[in-house]
Design a protein around this ligand. Structure first.
Ligand code: AQP
Length: 356
């Protein structure tokens, strides 16, 4: 019988751990952070950070915000406010890479290169372009190429998972197509007869339980630019004032009319904010015509308050200097990855003088 090695151990070898994902997402500094942004995206981002399994990166995409007419003074303020908001929402710069897009110049450089493999026809089909451009006197080229910049944001970091609201899924599908086109068009040179690994990986969307929050008017999705929002950090009095008037089930004209929670935006928000027992209670009382819509909204408001009070307290304790410092550090961290990706990109595309 062979002798056992003195280094042998009875411990089981654990299975190889799954490679952590790199999670990336962004948000535009186009106005007040609203409950749609929070329930559709930002809350999921915090959960990803708290889970601690994956590497996470989140970005304030200011270069996207200039694709529609804007005032530079407002933009500067919106960037500061959004950075404060995101940190108050739990995007802790110590635990994630949080930064402002235009601080990392490689985003716009890569966007130009990706534009060379993106057909105009694909961009013309994007619903966001149609929505935001329709009927406007001035439609910028930037609004048309917006999804190319979004692809660059994601591909620059070779992100594999992108948590977004439903409205961004079409753009993400285009980013996946761009990966396929780029890798096919620029496969790189074989090394010792072997094909190199493709530069980019296809990112997958990740949706929250509430990927589409409708606006208070019930006509379109809640959007900063549509003025149909409730601000996440709005004073509780105006929060309630707006929520109490929000659109619900149009068939519910009297208290005695049974409601349809499955088509009601208020119930969608309960699904994200209220505990399971409360959701069941809402269904029973709405379909059974026992609660009126205002009572149902009051329960939702109270649960929002439970969630938002600690966020408000945190926001008040933050200073803008501290936040700007954190954003600078975040950009430096992001840049380290971006610079490496761009070296690979320029190399396979045959760009540059090779002097740098
Ligand atoms: N109503 C919504 N429901 C669920 N998710 C939403 N998101 C936006 N609105 C809703 C998600 O929030 C993230 C950040 O969005 P953004 O600000 O970068 O761009 P957007 O989708 O265009 O958001 P807005 O509020 O509609 O801004 P404006 O009016 O300036 O264009 C994204 O993940 C988005 O899906």
């Amino acid at each position: 019988m062979s002798q056992q090695s003195p280094f042998a151990t009875t411990m089981e070898i654990p299975p190889a751990a799954a490679k952590p994902a790199r999670v990336f997402s962004g948000i535009q500094p186009t106005g007040e952070l609203h409950i749609g942004n929070y329930l559709g995206a930002v809350r999921t981002w915090r959960q990803q950070i708290e889970e601690g399994k994956d590497e996470t990166m989140f970005c304030v995409v200011d270069a996207h915000a200039i694709t529609v007419p804007y005032d530079p003074k407002d933009l500067r303020k919106n960037i500061d406010d959004l950075c404060l908001d995101l940190i108050a929402c739990g995007l802790d710069p110590e635990k994630t890479t949080l930064f402002v897009q235009s601080d990392v110049r490689e985003h716009t450089e890569l966007a130009w290169y990706l534009a060379s493999v993106t057909p105009m026809g694909d961009l013309g089909r994007m619903t966001q372009f149609k929505d935001k451009g329709e009927g406007k006197d001035f439609v910028s080229t930037g609004l048309f190429t917006y999804p190319v910049l979004m692809s660059a944001d994601i591909l620059l970091y070779k992100a594999t998972v992108v948590p977004v609201g439903e409205d961004q899924v079409q753009h993400l599908e285009l980013a996946r197509e761009t990966v396929r086109r780029f890798n096919h068009r620029f496969p790189g040179e074989k090394v010792s007869g072997k094909k190199p690994r493709p530069i980019f990986v296809e990112p997958k969307p990740r949706l929250s339980v509430t990927p589409r929050i409708m606006g208070l008017d019930g006509e379109s999705k809640m959007s900063k630019s549509k003025g149909n929002t409730i601000g996440l950090f709005e004073h509780p009095d105006s929060f309630w004032k707006k929520l109490s008037k929000a659109y619900t089930d149009p068939q519910r004209l009297k208290l005695t009319d049974p409601g349809r929670p499955e088509i009601c935006n208020i119930f969608t928000m309960h699904k994200a904010i209220s505990p399971k027992e409360t959701q069941d209670e809402v269904v029973a009382n709405c379909t059974g015509a026992k609660w009126g819509c205002v009572a149902c909204k009051k329960v939702l408001f109270d649960n929002f308050e439970k969630e938002l009070i600690p966020l408000r307290t945190k926001r008040e304790a933050l200073s803008i200097e501290q936040v700007r410092q954190a954003m600078g550090d975040g950009a430096a961290k992001a840049r380290r990855i971006a610079v490496e990706t761009m070296k690979e990109v320029r190399q396979v595309m045959g760009l540059g003088s090779l002097a740098t």
